[in-house]
Ligand binder design. Structure first.
Ligand code: ADP
Ligand code: MG
Length: 249
């Protein structure tokens, strides 16, 4: 369960207001897609939500725990995969996973079982003894995904997680997202790929220029936007973003 309340962030260097009064509630048991064009403010929002960036205004709570007041408790409640899988290149993959498991105080039995299962599913089990520096970008991405689930968190937060994955890994990821939501956990991910959202999400939010312009199910989006025809989500999305930018009415 993720609560974002009136979040705003301006980058000091550029003066860009990347996120502008953004509020959202993501429930347990749902896959929630965070959609928007490049530069819409998705990554900035996710960094505030995961405690990487401090909001200028507004508040974040994970499972009701306030990120500003109890950051360690809040952070223990989610797994996070950022948009850039840069890792400690000199560590071996297994050392990195153990380091993460230590941070979250995951008992030995549970970590061994989870690492074996997840590394197997993402087909990196044979590479766990190798230094991360020798990994391809896709392998690093898979390792980040495994690391984010080592403590079996109630909330899974992913920034553009399909980017750089091969089709098999993308399929595995989608299966994991579905099974976690089905077991009552919360999955929140950003994407600019409409087909992914269309197949996967229970609800979506569309953002542009740091503001939410739609929240709801895909059917609600179709009902609201459709002029009767069977429009694709991609068309609806492009119309919504254009309208919000004042491009077309
Ligand atoms: N570190 C930064 N410094 C200055 N401006 C930034 C920085 N990161 C992002 N921005 C700006 O903030 C806006 C939102 O970016 P971002 O959150 O990365 O969007 P998205 O993930 O939706 O593509 C953009 O205008 C981008 O140029
Ligand atoms: Mg981004």
């Amino acid at each position: 369960m993720i609560h974002l309340e009136a979040l705003s962030k301006t980058y000091a260097h550029s003066g860009t207001k990347a996120v502008d009064g953004l509020s959202l509630d993501i429930r347990d048991g749902e896959i929630f897609g965070f959609l928007g064009p490049n530069g819409a403010g998705k990554t900035t929002t996710i960094k505030m939500l995961s405690g990487v960036l401090r909001p200028d205004e507004g508040r974040v709570a994970i499972d009701g725990i306030d990120m500003a007041q109890k950051p360690l408790e809040a952070k223990a409640r989610f797994g996070y995969v950022g948009d850039n899988p840069e890792l400690f290149t000199r560590l071996k993959a297994r050392e990195f996973l153990n380091f993460i498991a230590d941070m979250y105080r995951v008992p030995d039995d549970a970590r061994c079982e989870r690492i074996a299962s997840l590394a197997g599913r993402f087909e990196i089990a044979d590479a766990l003894a190798s230094p991360i520096g020798s990994f391809s970008r896709g392998m690093k991405q898979k390792l980040c995904l495994v690391a984010s689930l080592v403590h079996d968190p109630a909330n899974w937060i992913l920034d553009e997680p399909m980017v750089g994955l091969d089709p098999q890994a993308a399929f595995t990821l989608k299966e994991l997202m579905r099974s976690r939501a089905a077991s009552g956990r919360c999955v929140f991910f950003s994407t600019h790929v409409m087909e992914v959202a269309e197949r996967l999400c229970d609800r979506i939010a569309v953002i542009t220029k740091g503001r939410v312009v739609f929240v709801g199910t895909l059917d609600e989006l179709r009902d609201r936007r459709s002029s009767g025809g069977d429009e694709s989500l991609e068309r609806l999305f492009l119309d919504l973003v254009e309208d919000a930018s004042g491009g077309r009415v």
